[in-house]
Write a protein of this length. Structure first.
Length: 157
């Protein structure tokens, strides 16, 4: 939209088509939703495995300080924005607000997708993947520990 990247409507459709088809099929037949609802637990290990194969630990180390800063920004957003909103607006204990800040493994492939859509971003893709890889790994480890700590704090009240 800003003219920075050369992203065509057909490239957006290529990425969004599976989601659009799923939305349409899910709304046409609720039995289809129920049928596929149990399959997610079987698909996730394969998705995680394929994403994990694409993560090079050496590249994550190259993400270094940028990846750590991005991870810090992710956690700061959780504590500064979502947690107070969950507690004071939703009147909930805050666990969900913290849990949503785990970065999904598929975020690592987004820079490659963008670079495929617009090759001018190709030179930045590997560094961005490295930084996002660090966020994925750190959030996968730190978010459950943070929630466990938060539950202990909340249960003391």
């Amino acid at each position: 939209m800003l003219g920075i990247a050369d992203i065509t409507p057909s490239s957006i459709l290529d990425l969004a088509l599976p989601i659009i088809v799923g939305i349409i099929l899910g709304n046409i037949d609720k039995n289809f939703c129920e049928f596929l609802a149990g399959t997610q637990k079987y698909i996730l290990p394969f998705l995680g495995f394929s994403i994990g194969l694409g993560i090079d630990l050496e590249t994550i180390i190259q993400g270094g300080i940028g990846g750590l800063i991005l991870s810090g920004m992710t956690f700061t957003a959780a504590f500064a924005i979502s947690l107070p909103a969950d507690i004071y607006i939703n009147k909930r204990p805050g666990w969900a607000a913290l849990a949503i800040y785990t970065a999904a493994g598929n975020t690592v492939i987004v820079p490659s997708l963008v670079a495929d859509l617009d090759p001018s971003w190709q030179e930045y893709a590997s560094l961005a993947e490295a930084q996002l890889g660090m966020v994925v790994i750190l959030s996968s480890i730190l978010v459950p520990l943070t929630i466990k700590f938060w539950v202990k704090i909340r249960n003391k009240d």
